[in-house]
Design a protein around this ligand. Structure first.
Ligand SMILES: Cc1cc2nc3c(=O)[nH]c(=O)nc-3n(C[C@H](O)[C@H](O)[C@H](O)COP(=O)(O)O)c2cc1C
Ligand SMILES: CCCCCCC(=O)C(=O)O
Length: 335
């Protein structure tokens, strides 16, 4: 590739050129046939935007709040493992980019920089993503360390009772992590922390209702970037079911396949409070370190701002369900 990347997708090619094949495969790949990996992106393309005209869009305000923390735009950094494979500065560089962009980074449990290194690298709101060891006392130590170091929420990832990529990391995780975790364990987690708990990996209305009932502070609709169970539906296709089931009791966040500002607009229109971005951040980091992550987030912000202006939405609150039509709705309208 020659020249500067023009959009987030072009960072994937830059990362492929920069990384050893094994690392790139780890970051870019999905589970098995990679059907859901493709669908996470493709499903966005089947949702159309219905713009409104003659609205004053001379000023666009993308800011929003997540668990009470103000951020510049509804775009968070998803937890992803092992950033030092992408760049020697690893998660510290990603955290600095998040701070510069005034957004929140969710630090992966499998971070290659320590919780303390990342916390002391810059001022920003950070959340900590958790997998639970069979030895619960280790989980308690990790949670309390995150709390002591100023992380503001726990993100419990629940779609990984087993990891599915055949790597040594997966073998280790399968041995060490607790596949018996179930709904009652949310009570246990609440008993060892004062932090709000978000649950990541919800894909059905039924589970969203249970999550709201056990008192989580937020729900993340996610299929783990299509790295776990192949042939789950694209996350954008299940978002609305979750939003309806939750009935506003807790905020719903979204990830999977977000590559354009229009994708973010569509997710917000379907009820997400904010989106999280996984691979594009790693691709930015691999291509250009901290600056690359900043560029990726800035591109998404610029695209979202343009989409809002052209759709007649001066603030994120103005983005409504009426601003998008799903494929099903368009087919239905033909009858
Ligand atoms: C290389 C890689 C590593 C990941 N590691 C984690 C992890 O450690 N914890 C976790 O909860 N999710 C992990 N995820 C899933 C992301 O948090 C997120 O759900 C997903 O990447 C979103 O999809 P996207 O990559 O299409 O944006 C990982 C994803 C990738 C691509
Ligand atoms: C104990 C390490 C677990 C690493 C899991 C990384 C991950 O979630 C991924 O998708 O890769």
């Amino acid at each position: 590739m020659v020249g500067e990347p023009l959009n987030v997708n072009e960072f994937q090619e830059l990362a492929r050129e920069a990384l050893p094949k094994m690392y790139n495969d780890f970051y870019a790949g999905g589970a098995e046939d990679q059907y859901t990996l493709k669908e996470n992106v493709e499903a966005f393309r089947r949702i159309m935007i219905w713009p409104r005209i003659l609205v004053d869009v001379s000023r666009i305000d993308m800011s929003t709040t997540v668990l009470g923390y103000k951020i510049s735009a509804p775009i968070l950094i998803a937890p992803t493992a092992l950033h030092k494979l992408a760049h020697p500065e690893g998660e510290v560089a990603t955290a600095r980019a998040a701070a510069a962009c005034k957004t929140i980074m969710v630090l992966s449990f499998a971070s290659s920089c320590t919780v303390v290194e990342v916390a002391s690298s810059c001022q920003a709101v950070r959340f900590f993503q958790l997998y639970v060891y069979k030895q619960r006392e280790i989980a308690a130590v990790l949670v309390q360390r995150a709390e002591r170091n100023g992380y503001k929420a726990l993100v419990l990832t629940v779609d990984t009772p087993r990891l599915d990529n055949g790597s040594n990391l997966a073998a280790y995780a399968n041995k060490a992590m607790d596949a018996s975790i179930c709904w009652k364990d949310i009570e246990w987690l609440k008993s060892i922390t004062n932090l709000p708990i978000l649950i990541k990996g919800v894909l059905t209305g039924e589970d969203a209702i249970k999550a709201a009932e056990v008192g989580v502070a937020g729900i993340m609709v996610s299929n783990h970037g299509a790295r776990q169970l192949d042939y789950t539906d694209a996350t954008i296709n299940v978002l609305e079911e979750v939003v309806h089931a939750v009935r506003g009791r807790v905020p719903v966040f979204f990830d999977g396949g977000v590559r354009r500002g229009t994708d973010i607009f569509k997710a917000l229109a379907l009820g997400a409070q904010a989106v999280l971005v996984g691979r594009p951040v790693i691709f930015g980091l691999a291509a250009k370190g901290e600056y690359g992550v900043r560029q990726v987030i800035q591109m998404l912000k610029d695209e979202l701002e343009l989409t809002m202006a052209l759709s007649g939405c001066p603030s994120v609150k103005d983005i409504t369900r009426r601003h998008v039509r799903t494929e099903r709705e368009r087919l239905h309208a033909m009858l």
